[in-house]
Design a protein around this ligand. Structure first.
Ligand code: HEC
Ligand code: HEC
Ligand code: HEC
Ligand code: HEC
Ligand code: HEC
Ligand code: HEC
Ligand code: HEC
Length: 279
């Protein structure tokens, strides 16, 4: 019952877009908005926008869901074994498993909380990471016709609190701190929190220093370098450097032949594996 009442307080991106039109139309194109969609004939659900990959999930029966063994990878533009799988059987999940793993997939990839209905069908309230994932339920704000006081604005948070909010899904600083596992590099808050840039800049560096929360991931290396320059106006390299700041100080790490992620532990890396900075 509590869950139903809470769900009613989530009005959906369509309602926000009536007044915040340009934000809604750019957010709609982001990986966030497209993180979950209904699938074509092969399954029920498509997870992943395709920025990196897509994985399919289908309902088997009242009690079980199956994560399919073959995923699509953008980097290599091919189908391959889903990360974590070792056979072509797929991975079965019980809907009401104590760890609630399959429900947790939906929690991070949708907005307003998933519900389980008749026949064990999982119903996300709204597909993808939309407005109210970050701003909280918006019914009161909409009812009041907008205004400042009944909606969360993370723009007013300190850097650490922003990193924690993003960490609700991207993992919290301190989580999975196993620096030898390349899969953990995709947990950006964990890695950023280790950087001298974060630790020594007096709480100025957050995810929002480099990412626009309402837009698709930017690939503009010059724009990222400009953020570096805002704190490192003149770097006196002792070694001769060419190329962009990101390539050397936030290197790509291959988690598999099909997937790589950006190491958010900003630092000085030597040749070889780029899991953590030298020293
Ligand atoms: C009826 C029009 C309307 C709707 C619908 C609406 N907003 Fe707003 N919103 C406003 C107005 C007006 C402001 C105040 C702008 C200002 O004062 O600068 C505002 C401000 C905001 C702010 C900034 C608050 C602050 O503290 O500065 C956020 C965040 C926000 N809206 C998010 C949302 C979200 C999310 C939704 C959907 C759940 C939504 N809005 C729906 C009109 C609306
Ligand atoms: C409700 C969970 C959730 C929250 C909260 C969240 N994210 Fe995400 N984020 C995701 C998921 C899921 C993806 C993967 C999208 C995909 O399928 O490619 C993602 C992808 C991204 C991407 C890549 C976007 C793209 O267009 O490919 C960026 C950048 C990002 N998140 C930054 C942030 C920042 C910054 C915050 C905090 C302001 C944040 N995220 C909060 C779940 C979340
Ligand atoms: C704790 C929140 C969380 C849970 C639980 C979760 N995801 Fe994600 N997922 C994310 C975030 C955040 C990203 C974006 C990672 C990135 O690009 O760095 C993501 C990315 C993805 C991607 C795109 C590939 C990639 O790594 O970027 C797929 C596919 C995916 N998730 C499927 C699933 C499936 C299936 C489940 C359940 C078995 C699941 N996720 C559980 C948060 C979550
Ligand atoms: C990934 C988290 C995330 C999602 C999803 C998200 N926002 Fe935001 N939003 C933020 C953050 C963070 C800020 C503060 C930005 C800043 O101050 O730089 C913000 C600021 C705002 C503001 C006030 C400042 C401004 O830019 O005008 C409005 C209004 C707003 N968001 C509306 C929306 C709407 C509407 C949606 C859905 C279409 C949405 N947001 C989706 C994180 C998010
Ligand atoms: C908010 C300010 C800020 C931003 C933005 C920033 N840094 Fe830093 N960075 C710092 C501070 C402060 C230090 C610590 C300097 C010291 O120890 O005296 C630092 C240290 C470093 C170091 C030395 C690391 C080490 O472990 O000793 C490198 C390399 C570096 N930054 C590169 C970058 C690059 C590349 C970017 C852009 C991707 C960047 N920084 C963005 C503030 C920042
Ligand atoms: C100093 C700049 C900087 C900061 C701060 C930063 N990022 Fe990034 N982020 C990048 C760059 C550069 C890329 C790679 C862009 C590309 O692919 O060209 C990236 C990529 C990503 C991606 C796509 C997956 C990947 O690993 O390539 C996600 C998701 C993401 N960032 C989330 C976050 C979150 C969450 C935070 C806050 C904890 C954060 N970022 C803080 C610069 C930054
Ligand atoms: C070809 C790789 C490469 C590129 C490109 C590069 N760096 Fe570096 N950077 C290094 C190496 C190696 C060191 C350590 C040796 C040294 O200080 O010359 C370093 C050191 C640093 C330091 C620490 C200097 C100190 O005083 O201890 C900062 C800050 C830094 N780089 C920022 C940047 C920024 C900002 C950019 C982009 C404008 C950039 N770097 C481009 C490889 C690179």
């Amino acid at each position: 019952m509590a869950a139903c009442l809470l769900a009613q307080q989530y009005v959906g991106a369509g309602a926000c877009g009536r007044c915040h039109n340009s934000i809604a139309s750019s957010q709609e194109k982001s990986g966030h908005a497209r993180a979950l969609a209904p699938a074509d004939a092969r399954a029920d659900w498509e997870f992943g926008s395709g920025t990196h990959a897509k994985t399919w999930v289908k309902q088997l029966d009242e009690k079980h869901y199956l994560e399919l063994p073959q995923s699509w990878f953008r980097q290599t533009n091919r189908m391959g074994l889903t990360p974590g799988h070792t056979t072509q059987d797929g991975v079965r999940y019980r809907v009401f498993d104590p760890g609630a793993q399959i429900l947790r997939c939906f929690s991070c990839h949708s907005t307003g909380g998933p519900a389980v209905r008749e026949g064990g069908k999982i119903h996300p309230h709204e597909n993808g990471v939309r407005c109210e994932s970050c701003h909280g339920p918006g019914a009161a704000h909409v009812k009041a016709g907008g205004g400042k006081y009944n909606i969360e604005n993370p723009g007013q948070y300190q850097a650490t609190a922003i990193n924690e909010q993003c960490g609700n899904c991207h993992r919290q600083p301190g989580a999975d701190a196993r620096w030898d596992d390349p899969w953990n590099v995709r947990h950006q808050p964990v890695y950023l929190a280790e950087s001298a840039c974060f630790l020594k800049s007096g709480g100025k560096l957050s995810c929002l220093s480099c990412h626009q929360p309402h837009q698709a991931l930017s690939r503009d290396r010059g724009a990222y370098a400009a953020v570096c320059a805002s704190c490192h106006a003149q770097v006196q390299h002792r070694v001769k450097v060419s190329g962009d700041c990101i390539g050397c100080h936030m290197p790509a790490v291959a988690a598999s032949p099909d997937l790589s992620f950006t190491n958010h532990w900003i630092g000085i890396y030597s040749a070889g594996p780029k899991l953590r900075p030298r020293q």
